[in-house]
Design a protein around this ligand. Sequence first.
Ligand code: NAG
Length: 371
Amino acid sequence: MVLLKRQLILWVWVSSALVVYSLPWRVSCPTGCVCQMKPWFSPQSVSCEASTVDCNNLFLTQLPSPLPPDTHTLRLQSNLLSALEIPLLHTLPNLTELDLSQNRFSCVRTLTLTQPQAASLPSLLSLHLEENQLWFLPPASFSSLPALQELFLSHNRLFYLAPGAFSGLGLLLRLHLNNNHLTSIEPRWFTDLGSLHSLVLGGMGLKGLTERALEGIPGLKFLDLNKNPLSVVQTGDFRDLVHLTELGLNNMEELVAIERAAMENLPELTKLEITNNPRLSYIHPQAFLRLGRLESLMLNSNALSALHQHTVLSLPSLREVSLYSNPLRCDCLFRWVAKEQPHTDTQMPQAVVVKPDPGTTCPAAVGTCWF
Ligand SMILES: *[C@@H]1O[C@H](CO)[C@@H](O)[C@H](O)[C@H]1NC(C)=O
């Protein structure tokens, strides 16, 4: 009997725990969709229960109806939508997240109505448009969404963004543009993005950075440029981004060199990752200037035969340099590491751990270095 009671208590406890994850929401729900209260995380990672209409994978060619007026999250992923009936959306004053990924949008005007006088979606914080067929963004493409904090445009066909494409999005925190066909970064795209923290520009055709390309984004903290055909990181490419904390330059097939002062005055940068670039053989001894807080320098799987001692000495907060899978040449260039590990030389910052491949032992041979 006691056992039975315990089981009952356990059952009640388990089922109430399950219920937390999707509570019924008694509204008239569009045919084929599921209307529930579901946990939702805001762009600042605050969670709440959100009235959610889930209409994913339904071959929809137009918005379902009737949509409950207090819809918070509307999921329309994997349908056949190419236009939205905007007036219908405007009956949802509390719409906070809209997922339109994997649809057939090719033109942003069919999405948001860009006329300045058009009614807006005042509560929308998060808009998903991944895997559509957008190829062009006109000026102020999303200005009818003044509250927007996250905009996901990955895996479209974008090859042209007009100057001011994102104007009106002064509260945007996160912008994903990866896997499109853009070949250069224009500073004029980013005017007005005063709150932007996180920018993903990986997997495109970026061959270089236009001068001052990122200067219009004063608050930028995370920048991802992975998988672009950049061949040289040039002097001044990353300069004066005073809030940048992490930078990734990984998986670049074409990258061969990092020039003098390629990274300069990035006072909050703590992690720099330059890995898996099979042709990267040269980092100028003074490539990194005024990176006062850099702690972690990841240089694995490149084609480096050397890392100049000056590079390490110029980084006062450095704690770790990782150099696995590089064809390091002991004879001339790398012997300072062999000589100075562990912590013998007065010049070497005490705490730095340099990690070449295990078994790299360097005889103190003399050679000629090429830088
Ligand atoms: C929108 O949210 C507000 C505040 O929570 C609420 O008072 C209002 O009734 C909601 N509007 C609709 C149409 O549900």
